[in-house]
Design a binder for this molecule. Structure first.
Ligand code: 9D3
Length: 235
């Protein structure tokens, strides 16, 4: 699968992508990542990619021409694909979206803006989807694009040595993961739950289910459809 990131920081994308499972998947040829420099598609002496917003307001907006020309160049060279604008105002990127993209797309174009946002004409006329990775303010779409690439790439057959459906397991049952422990059994007097050392597999499963439920209740009551006291969620 090919991921094409349109950005003014192409080196950031390529350097980040060399690490972890993505680096391996890329060497295996399962995943290919390209970073296209939006600045290469400016035509003025200062290589300007942003401008003041019509209607006023703080900050700068990424200009439509360099972004669209960059996209058209990449599409003409590599072929068509799903076009996604990374935006704080996008639809929330969830595991289900990652699964959908992994199964239905061979080539993704991820437009990562910087500044206060991208000229809406890019989103409205040249993109299929607008995605946010969560309710917090970042300074650009570069890390969000990397998040999408990582989440989608690890679902592809043969990435991670796959394990195919195992890679999807974590959020599938709607609970958070149960806590895990490894050696040593005693770290500075802090032990591990006895039952995990018991060899009683039925008891172990039961403990893990209860621990997962307890953790979900504490950290993500929204996943259980319970009322959140306003402690953990927004901001
Ligand atoms: C005027 C309000 N703006 C700043 C408070 C909105 C805004 C514009 C541009 C907020 C962030 C950004 C830059 N962020 C992204 O491009 C972005 C993003 C994010 O900030 N959070 C979560 N997901 C994403 S995807 C792209």
């Amino acid at each position: 699968m090919e991921f094409h990131v349109l950005t003014i920081f192409p080196q950031l994308i390529m350097q980040a992508v060399d690490y972890s499972i993505l680096g391996r998947a890329m060497k295996q040829g399962i995943v290919r990542v390209f970073a296209h420099d939006i600045r290469d598609f400016t035509h003025d002496r200062h290589r300007t990619t942003d401008d003041e917003p019509f209607g006023g307001g703080a900050g700068m907006v990424m200009k439509v021409e360099p972004v669209v020309q960059c996209l058209e160049y990449a599409v003409s060279k590599y072929g068509p694909g799903r076009v996604i604008v990374m935006s704080a105002a996008g639809r929330l990127f969830k595991q289900a979206v990652a699964r959908e993209l992994a199964s239905c797309c061979d080539r993704l174009y991820l437009i990562a803006g910087h500044y206060e946002g991208i000229d809406e004409r890019v989103t409205e006329h040249f993109a299929d989807l607008e995605l946010s990775i969560g309710d917090y303010v970042l300074s650009g779409g570069e890390y969000p694009a990397l998040v999408v690439i990582d989440a989608v790439a690890r679902l592809l057959p043969d990435v991670l040595g796959n394990r195919g459906s195992l890679a999807q397991e974590s959020h599938e049952h709607g609970l958070l993961e149960y806590p895990q422990y490894t050696r040593p059994r005693d770290f500075r007097g802090i032990g591990v739950p006895q039952v995990l050392l018991s060899g009683n597999h039925a008891a172990i499963r039961k403990f893990q289910m209860e621990a997962a439920l307890q953790k979900t209740r504490r950290n993500r009551p929204d996943l259980l459809g319970e009322v959140n006291g306003g402690q953990n969620d927004e901001d």
